[in-house]
Design a protein around this ligand. Sequence first.
Ligand SMILES: [Zn+2]
Length: 462
Amino acid sequence: MLVPAHVFREYDIRGVADQELTDDLIRATGEAFGLALFDGAEGRSKLTVAVGRDCRLSSPRIFEAFCKGLMRAGVDVVDVGVGPTPLLYFAVHHLDADGGVMITGSHNAGHENGLKMMKGKAPFFADDIRRLRDRVALPLSEPTRNPGSVRSVDVSQAYIDRVTAGIDLSSSGLSVVVDGGNGSAGPLGVAAIRKVGLEPEALYCDMDGTFPNHHPDPTVLSNLTALVSRVKDSKASVGIAWDGDGDRLGAIDRTGEVVWGDKLMVLFARDVLSRHPGAAILGEVKCSQTLYDDIKKRGGRAILWKTGHSNIKTKMKEEGALLAGEMSGHLFFADDYFGYDDAIYGTLRLLQILARSGKTTGELLADLPRTFVTPELRVDCPDDLKFEVVERVKNRFREHHEVVEVDGARIMFGDGAWGLVRASNTGAILVLRFEAKSEARRDELRAEVERVVAEERKALAG
Ligand SMILES: [Zn+2]
């Protein structure tokens, strides 16, 4: 079968649903995925895989096709229905399944869709996906196992019981506005908040796979305008936004200011360290230096790691880290939870912190040193050049500066100032970000790094 290479990506499978994710391709992918799981489960004659899907219009079709492939491989399918990605992760733990697949386009446009996969409770990614792609490209062979079956299991009540366990905010006086972006987290998330004793004001919390109100991506400011104005108008304690499949959390302070992922991490890290002194906590290369400094200051072991939820989950296990997070709002709790990114659970943890302290997010963060950061800057760069450009940038700056190389180049300019240049795993772009103690210093460093990037790109292209 002809396999479009860009559909099989580093962390997941993604494409334009009606053109790229055809029934044939998805069915073959389901079968190849099932066979890959059998390869890793020597001696087992039966395997169970939980499959969930988001509310996109193409999700039922892709679900059908994928499950046909899985069953042909001999896998028994547990259909956990429509919901957010963390519900599927939960199902794999709760049912002790041999793997999991979430059919979701995450925060992407409505006409796109994709697959996030798990082998056992670990992410199925990178080389796993490359081998899967190679297998899909081969002609179908005759099945060697009896076909699998499919049954439906509703784990949503068990999920809500688990994420709300031990949390009672009924006397907190908190008021919360929630924007579900018409994605798959809305109904379950609102039910979870009600269960802990709060009545949220719900914006766009009904599922609608056409996303009629705004794109379900809380990392883009323009998607947060309705939420910001409702928080300000109603003087709510906090605003909460979930992405299309509920694995990313966005938050709005009472003042209407966005609390980005690295600032949320400061709040969660302090909370975790108060109960687990010395805990290891992971951030990624785009996070503010103030996060790492704050973790260290409070006796934690701060680890700066690669971007990408699969990388982070894997590293968390290796290091025994109790918390991890990304700028994008993927937040992973392993102190009292399973260690996967769950924005509904993250919401409850944030509300709990606000209730205990009696403060707003802004008040809690007021003691952080003030720094000036750029947003994530994206510079177009062809796929075949981007990694080499980053290598050359590293070499240029290494002469005079410390360069942290876990993921791209994080150039440390001293006095807490840094600049990042990394090649995106998901597009023909370089991602840049800068932070310094003054605006002038930040802009000066940005200009310097951008000039070097442009020079090296030109040298390579020429
Ligand atoms: Zn997502």
